[in-house]
Design a binder for this molecule. Sequence first.
Ligand code: FES
Ligand SMILES: [Fe+2]
Length: 363
Amino acid sequence: MDSTSPQTIPQNWYSDDAIFKLERKHIFHKHWWMVAHAEQLAENGDYVATTLAEWPIVIIRDQQGELRGFHNVCRHRAGPLLRDGVGNCRQFTCRYHAWRYDSSGNLLKTPGLKADEEIDYSKFSLFPIQVSSWNQMVFVCLDDATPDLTTWLGDIVDIAEQYPNNTSMSFLGAVEKPGSVNWKAYGDNSCEGYHVGMVHKNLGASMQRETVEIDAYEIGEFIGFDVKYEATGGDQTRDGKGFWIYKFPGLLLHFAEYSFNAESVIPLSANSIELRRWFWVDREEAERRGINPEEMQAGSECVMDEDMEICQLVQRNLNTGVYQSGHLSPREEVGTIYFQKLVRKALQPHLSRSLSGGHKWAR
Ligand code: FES
Ligand SMILES: [Fe+2]
């Protein structure tokens, strides 16, 4: 590699808690995150309580049928309203002292308080967050100033229209996979196809790898992989053409002619993530092509596991400190270069000298 090959972000960015704190504020807080699929929130009272980068949140379909999102934090002394999980409730009762809120976030009752110590309920509603859905996918955003979901998705909306819509497919299932890896190590990997031949033998054999086109898209800040499968080798559940997306900071979308899946890369801490992936299939079309949907999902999960395994090994090596920084190939790693550019853009204005890794910035 010569001096024109961009330098990677420094090793300490993959493990430093101070970097993670900056990312919470300047990246995670400002973007949309997929946290559920629409069927989980179909009925009034259906909720999904989860944790996003150390923020406990809840999404609920309120009694008026509106989707609402809140911090899972009581206005009394910050107690938890719900355990993480899914369910249905008409009201929230805090697990600490039983203050009660309706499903639209309004405070209803403060048990045990006497009339002379009552408070103005209208000032103690739950803290709201943005919620929005697109094609059966439910997203949250913690920052009120972030543009609406379809603006954030940018050119992805047009690309999606070129593939069968998952709203007319069957929901196949969901998986959650935790990993001991920084979210950026997983992002770096997901943004390039350079590793496919080594890490994904089956997937590699089922693709026309030389025809894959990888581009960075500015409107929506994502990397797109235009792919063609050949069902003659490798994973026999892949057929036709497809389009893979890594949308910054942590959303993967995989469009195909008979299926769709979406994956959310949820940062948990500086060195841990959880992958959540939701699968849809057009059963009729899959059957017509001789594809078994369950085998197709198993094949996708296998690719996720292969990625997670290599990323965890990379993370372990980064943690040793023996490696400080490397170089990226402008031809093979164009997506990773773009991903890291976006990370730098978000963090660079807020870095102290000690956190910058002591490197000059590669452009
Ligand atoms: S913290 Fe919720 S009722 Fe006290
Ligand atoms: Fe991979």
